[in-house]
Design a binder for this molecule. Structure first.
Ligand code: HEC
Length: 260
């Protein structure tokens, strides 16, 4: 009995310890705005992806490349699903260097559907030099590359604050609650009205952050919807199989049991 009591006390002590630890961690817990694409039946919200592309191209693309995406991805199933004609117009607004032509010269031409997204800088060094020594990471798969994924990127966008007393920041360094180390060399990129949404949605900070992160999540995992569909089919198949196996097992064993 004594041992039992001691054991219970130890258990209670440990669970309290774990509880207090999680409470301490909670102060830095990422913001979770709730994503339509999370969960077993998760799907992207097309309108949000289209607005997210608008935010990326009008704001983030000034510094961040997305070089693994090509323009035609924008009308493929499972993505923002712009129409092909819309994407042709979008692509034609960008210039790519091509060549050499028959005279051996490089030339520029409007981008085509098959071209990759045009990067803002010629190379990583130029990008770093133009941003005070900090490299703006390519955003093609950034959501997959960071712990916390979509929640983390959303939190960084919403996490700009005045630095707490006693912390001084160099020029071009900003305080961010969710960036590891709390210091980021990117000025707050989004504030209300930074874009004027084509579909008339109000461009609040939350709305733009949510839309652009949804767009980045799709870019990092373009086959998410197809994967969810296959998962669903596989589970239905397994349920039917389980039922069949259960009844055939009952039938087979019923003969043996009746003899005993
Ligand atoms: C003026 C240039 C500029 C613009 C515009 C800009 N960024 Fe950045 N961004 C940077 C730089 C530079 C860094 C690297 C900061 C660092 O390492 O301290 C960065 C870092 C980030 C990070 C942190 C990544 C990490 O390492 O964890 C995220 C997330 C991010 N940017 C998202 C965005 C989004 C989304 C937009 C558009 C809404 C945007 N940025 C617009 C320059 C920019």
């Amino acid at each position: 009995m004594k041992i039992f009591l001691r054991f219970t006390l130890i258990l209670i002590f440990y669970s309290l310890n774990i509880l207090s630890l999680t409470a301490a961690e909670k102060s830095h817990e990422l913001l979770k705005p709730g994503w339509s694409f999370k969960g077993f039946f998760g799907k992207f919200d097309r309108a949000s992806l289209q607005r997210g592309y608008q935010v990326y191209t009008e704001v983030c693309a000034a510094c961040h490349s997305m070089k693994y995406l090509s323009y035609r991805n924008l009308f493929e199933t499972g993505g923002p699903e712009f129409s092909e004609d819309q994407v042709k117009i979008i692509a034609s607004q960008f210039e790519v260097v091509d060549g050499p032509n028959s005279e051996g010269e490089m030339f520029t031409r409007p981008a085509r559907l098959s071209d990759n997204f045009v990067s803002p800088y010629a190379n990583d060094q130029a990008a770093t030099a133009a941003n005070g020594g900090a490299y703006p990471p390519d955003m093609s798969v950034l959501v997959k590359a960071r712990t916390g994924g979509a929640d983390y990127i959303y939190s960084v966008l919403m996490g700009y604050e005045n630095p707490p007393a006693g912390i001084s920041l160099d020029d071009g360094v900003y305080y961010n609650k969710y960036m590891p180390g709390n210091k980021i060399k990117m000025a707050k990129p989004l504030s209300a009205g930074a874009v004027e949404y084509i579909d008339g949605t109000e461009a609040t900070e939350e709305q733009m952050s949510k839309d652009v992160v949804a767009f980045l999540s799709w870019a990092a995992e373009p086959h998410l919807e197809a994967r969810h569909k296959i998962g669903f089919k596989a589970i239905v198949y397994l349920i039917i199989l389980t039922i069949l196996v259960y009844f055939s097992m009952k039938k087979i064993w019923s003969r043996i049991e009746s003899k005993v």
